[in-house]
Design a protein around this ligand. Sequence first.
Ligand code: ADP
Length: 221
Amino acid sequence: MININLSERQKKIIEIVKKNKTITSKEIAKELDLTRGALRSDLSILTMANILKAKPKVGYFFVAENSYLKNFDELYEKKVKEVKSVPIIVKEETSIYDGIVTMFLEDTGSLFVIDDNEALVGVISRKDLLKISMGENDITQLPVSIAMTRMPNIITIKDEDTIFEAAKKIVNYKVDALPVVESFTDDKIDKVDKKNNKLKIIGKVSKTNITRVFVDFKLDI
Ligand code: ADP
């Protein structure tokens, strides 16, 4: 196993070669607006790493197996269900104080809130708890439900979605964690609630889960 860091230009070259069955160095140079000479060292690194192969008089082609980009695609396509972790869940009536204690004890940054039917109703973050604790409130008497972000404003993800989708949502919505949800199939939730799209929480994907995937990922070239 060798780990190499490819430069932006080398990655661009791979993309260009990938788009073509075979391509000459002259054509690659043209696409990148460079001279052939400027590309020489990058092309030799990529062929030595066995990412590209050169055929005399034909040009370069992409080696699909064992390659950097194939692994990268695999990484992006990993399913949420493969990386999710156990969500820490509290009831709506849990006090702000107990919410804070739970966050410390469970070493988590987000709590998910459920109602009596175990349907997801809210998410409460560190800042939500800090904010409510700064006023002159008796936080042992106030429920987490007054400080949480509520449905339908919760950004969720599903088991079968890719971690790329999850990462995009985390970045775009500026949140630390997404609840992994599915619809209720049992009789716990009556028909009205089913119509209201009540969701069952079956996991969580956080910045930490996604980061761990990248850390665990090793280049296999
Ligand atoms: P922190 O408070 O530590 O910055 P977040 O960035 O996760 O943590 O939370 C920022 C705000 O977004 C909070 O008000 C929180 O209630 C809300 N929030 C957290 N996760 C979600 C989510 N999955 N969907 C919608 N809102 C969320």
